[in-house]
Each structure stands twice: as structure tokens, then as C-alpha cells.
Ligand binder design. Sequence first.
Ligand code: SF4
Ligand code: SF4
Length: 367
Amino acid sequence: MLLSWNVTKRCNLYCEHCYRDSGPESSVEGQLTTEEGRRLIDQVKAAGFRLLIFSGGEPMIREDLTELIAYAAASGLKPAMGSNGTLLTAVNARELKDAGLGGIAISIDSADPASHNRFRNSADGWERAVQGIRYAQEAGLKVQINMTLKEDNVDEFEQVAQLAEEMNVASLHPFFLVPTGRAVNIEEDALKHERYYSVLRKVLQKQQTTRLEIKPTCAPQFMPLAKDMNIDMRYTRGCLAGVAYCSVLPNGEVHICPYLPVKVGNVREQPFDELWRENPVFRDLRNFKKYEGACGSCRDVGNCGGCRARSYYYSGGNFLAEEPWCYKRPFARKAMEGEADHGIGREGQGAVKPAAGWASDSSASMG
Ligand code: SF4
Ligand code: SF4
């Protein structure tokens, strides 16, 4: 089980898609103190979690980061970090490693520095991130590259994979954009329908030809799709949110996942382990009979689950609704049979309309 802790909302960059709406001006007021952080770590351990991901904002901004990582490692958790990589130096990378950090995921959205820098509103964010990867490797940290896939960079996946291979990183995780935080403003760039599935297929095929570990992220249908493509997966479920994964915000709020803005509770009011065990939201997410629509009657609900954040966004607030991109929805089947299609979703919030031909394309490989 893994937990993502956004230790701060502040970030030195201001990226277009930031799910936490972070930036250099973001307030650090009200974020969990070092002492509260230690208590949270104890409770996360007591809840049975193994992996604790320090994230943000930019976690390197927090002055007590090394101390918290050391505490997590000493308590028996495996600390990892998600970072834009730009603040890493040879010295602090070594300090993080010595504190017990196992690995670091650094975001690279393009093999073209100018394109990455435009997206991340930074003059030299790409160059510094690449240098950060080198510092992390020299310090002995396991490095993963995270790439957020969307319409305007999806064709660069191969090039980023090549860069990852050349840099000898351990893994590449392509993230499929979920409209939340500032990403709501670029919802139209999210991969959808037949595009979503054709990219997912390419990503799975790439795994067959590289030594990189490639995991499609926030695209839970990769599990049934891999099964259909006869590709072995070492993962248990496409989406772990609420089942074996959740997130804690800088102010202690517990959310289903970082992309799903539903407050389940706050660790300032209730111990995390108690919340994780007993909260009705988590209990509902673990009871697949509660899932609605196509997901509710799907034989793959156990190994996929659909993206609860997309369900929430496109249904107007129901995280148990059927996943809007899945080909198994009845209206997608109708589209497959050539019947008229109707958009679903909230007015002004990116109503979902299947593009012509998408359903037959996805059914061809998902059976
Ligand atoms: S709910 Fe969606 S965004 Fe959240 S972890 Fe699951 S797949 Fe990812
Ligand atoms: S219906 Fe839901 S659970 Fe089934 S494959 Fe589609 S998204 Fe996954």
C-alpha cells in the first residue's frame, strides 16, 4: 500500500497542469508541522502502508524534508519522492540518499527542452531536471521519469522513452491527464476515447521492447487491455485509490487520491490509521458492488476499477459513477453499433462525446 503526502503546496515552478494548483506564491501556512508529520508517519505505518511518497508542490522546498524522510525510513516505511527535479544538487541528493530515500520520480514532459519549459513556465526547467536526474543517479537513488501525456506531447512518448533509456533510469511512468486543479483549464488536451486506447496500447507495446519498467498511470484500463494483449502485468489493479492508495494534503486533509478533491477527513482531527480503516468513503471504494453503471457490472472491476477521479469530474461529483472513457459503457456500445451518441457530463465542464469510430477501435483490442 502506498500513500502520497503533499508536504507543501508551494513550488518553484508554475506548471499548466498542476493538480494542486501550486506555484511560487502558494501559501505554506497551515501545512503540517514537523511534529505533526512525524505523528502522521507513525499512523501511516500503523495502517499497514509500505511506501510513503513525499510530493508537493515541490517537496524540496520544505526545510525539514530530510528529517521527515529519515524518520519515515527509521519507522520502517520506504520513502520515495515526486519532484520537478530542478532543486536537486550533488550535495542534497546525497543527503536524501543518506536519510533513507529509496527513489525519486522526476517529471520530463518532452524530449524537447523548449516544449517542456513552456509547459512548466520555466526558462531552464528541462535542463535542470535532467541535471537533477544525473545528481540523483550519482547519489545512488533509483530514478523514475514521469511524463504527463496529453494531445500536444503524446507523439513524443517514444523520444522521452529513448531519453529515459539513454539516461539509464529505472522506469518511465506515463501519466494520463486527469482534469483537476489547474488541469481543468486544459481539459480539452486530455486523451480521450479511441486516442486514449490507442496510446495505452502503444505504451503497453513499448514495455515489450525495452528494459525500462513502464507503467501507464491513471489509465486503469491498462490491466484488462494487457490481459487482452497477452501481456503479463505484475500489478494487482489499475487504480488503487481508496483500496491500497490515498493522499494527504499539506494541511492534513485526507483525499481519495491526489486528483480527486473529496475530503475524506483530516489527520488533525482523527488518526490516519483509524480513518483509513473505518471511513465510509474508503469502505465504499473497497466494495465494488457500490460501483455504478458499466463499472458496477464489469467482470474487470477487480483488476481495473476505472478512474474514480474522471468519474467524479465528468459525472459532476459522483466518484462511484461509471468511468467515462471505458468502451464498456452502454452508450459506447450504442456508438459502436452506429447509433446516435449523446454527450454526458457537466455543462461547461467538458461534456464527453465519443469521437467517431473510437468504440470499435477500443473494442478491437479490449474484446
Ligand atoms: S482515481 Fe484516477 S487519478 Fe486517482 S489514482 Fe485512480 S486512476 Fe489515478
Ligand atoms: S467498466 Fe469500469 S471497471 Fe470495467 S474495464 Fe471499464 S473502467 Fe474498468
